[in-house]
Write a protein that binds this ligand. Structure first.
Ligand code: F0G
Length: 451
């Protein structure tokens, strides 16, 4: 693989069919300056020396004292070649594992050896966000950003705060007051970010942060930033790697602001275009029922990508109805408590690319699934467990077969949200609860209690 870099290997492009305006990568944009729609990072693949086969990336494991080869993001750097190496930021993200788990498979009624769990909670800040931040902060360094900001349901703020102090950027994070899990709030404060709690929900924060960034010229790190999604593509490369450079039949992912699903579809599309994979897996995107905009729009209102000619009126009418009802999303999976997902259109494109399906699961189903991942796997936070609950649903419906190979993306670490876990077990909230047993300070009494 060549070490040579081309500054003209990438550009930004508006996804709107009627616009498709292009901009160079040296600009810091979070929406198309011409039409206001979403931007993609795009590549001149003929100017990039991409390896002939994906397994060539595996050779970089032998060179792990090179900081870029050590990164689970930059190990795949030819597939996100938008900035020179000298700007690339890494804190060791992407050392995550794909675990085959037959006990969880039994819970969702899948055959042994068919279910795989991709533990993105093993990242430095404890969530998948670090993949995207490695990429977005590299872009921030390339454009010379000095201050940055994000809105967050928690994990983005933790990850941004960590990368910001690593890169020497000033950092402000916006969170909905009382809306984020304590593990995540504790990280934002501990990593030194200025934390602004807005009296509102994530969607309010998302609106405010865009205006703040525009007014003050701050670098925005939400997934509106096209370079963030480039980093998140690497989660799929690592799943393929974990399967011996083979693609699964299904990817199951939680749906919140819809950055992941957008990035994953793009990753597979590009790999297929380059002939690096032969087929594209299907994708299931799982909402919580209390924050189910995607499910409503796709399954009930029949919103589709339609080659980029998305029927905006369906979205506008739906959002107007949310506003009329003064609707604010509610779910124990606070990470995905979002009703106006900013990447909606890109997600529709992924559904198109991956022949995707969308489902919503209840908080009870999420908490039971989370307990199962805790009991038989490495654990995860509630939003991540939506994947297992959704898979159970899709198995019962017969949409996913028992012998298909499925990879669920477990997006966050179990310690992100100890409150949900403790309530579930201690207050006996579900069928898999494991409450602590009160005991007197007496040896014989204690011994009687040991099962
Ligand atoms: N899982 C976890 C643990 C998350 O933190 C998020 C999003 C998602 C799933 C949903 O991913 O937005 O790509 O569809 N968290 C964002 C945040 C919104 O601010 O931390 P998505």
């Amino acid at each position: 693989m060549s070490k040579q870099k081309h500054t003209d290997s990438a550009f930004q492009k508006c996804i709107n069919f009627d616009c498709q305006a292009e901009f160079d990568t040296g600009r810091s944009l979070f929406k198309c300056p011409q039409c206001g729609d979403l931007l993609d990072a795009q590549y001149n693949w003929d100017r990039i020396e991409v390896p002939d086969k994906l397994s060539d990336f595996g050779k970089r494991w032998a060179n792990r004292n090179d900081r870029l080869d050590f990164s689970g993001v930059w190990r795949f750097r030819e597939l996100l070649d938008f900035c020179p190496d000298k700007y690339k930021v890494t804190i060791g993200e992407g050392q995550t594992i794909l675990q085959n788990n037959d006990d969880v498979a039994r819970y969702v009624r899948m055959r042994p050896s068919c279910l795989y769990l991709q533990y993105e909670g093993l990242n430095p800040s404890g969530s998948f966000k670090d993949n995207g931040m490695a990429a977005a902060f590299s872009h921030a360094m390339m454009v010379g950003a000095k201050s940055c900001a994000c809105a967050s349901t928690g994990n983005t703020s933790a990850s941004v705060a960590l990368y910001a102090h690593t890169c020497g950027l000033k950092c402000t994070v916006f969170i909905g007051s009382g809306r984020i899990a304590f593990g995540k709030l504790s990280q934002a404060m501990d990593y030194g970010a200025q934390t602004i709690q807005i009296r509102g929900d994530f969607d309010d924060c998302m609106r405010q942060v865009q205006d703040v960034c525009t007014r003050l010229g701050l670098y925005l790190l939400n997934s509106l930033n096209p370079f963030r999604l480039e980093g998140q593509k690497t989660i799929m490369y690592r799943i393929i790697e974990g399967l011996g450079w083979d693609v699964p039949d299904w990817i199951v992912v939680p749906g919140g602001n819809l950055g992941n699903s957008s990035a994953f579809g793009k990753a597979f599309y590009e790999l297929k275009e380059m002939g690096l994979i032969e087929r594209i897996p299907r994708m299931a995107i799982i909402n919580a029922t209390g924050a189910d905009t995607l499910t409503e729009l796709v399954n009930n209102k029949k919103l589709v990508w339609n080659d980029g000619k998305v029927e905006q009126k369906i979205i506008d009418d739906y959002y107007a109805d949310l506003t009329d009802r003064n609707f604010s999303p509610r779910t124990c999976a606070s990470a995905i408590e979002i009703s106006r997902p900013v990447n909606l259109k890109k997600c529709l494109r992924s559904i198109d690319i991956c022949n995707g399906v969308v489902r919503a699961v209840t908080d009870d189903q999420i908490c039971d699934a989370k307990a199962i991942v805790g009991k038989y796997g490495l654990g995860c936070e509630p939003a991540s467990a939506a994947t297992i609950a959704g898979l159970k649903h899709l198995r019962a419906e017969g949409i996913i077969a028992a012998d298909e190979r499925v990879a669920c993306v477990l997006t966050g670490h179990p310690l992100k949200d100890p409150n949900v876990t403790v309530s579930y077990h201690k207050d006996r909230q579900g069928q898999f609860c494991n409450p602590p047993v009160e005991a007197p300070n007496d040896l014989d009494e204690i011994i009687k209690l040991i099962k």
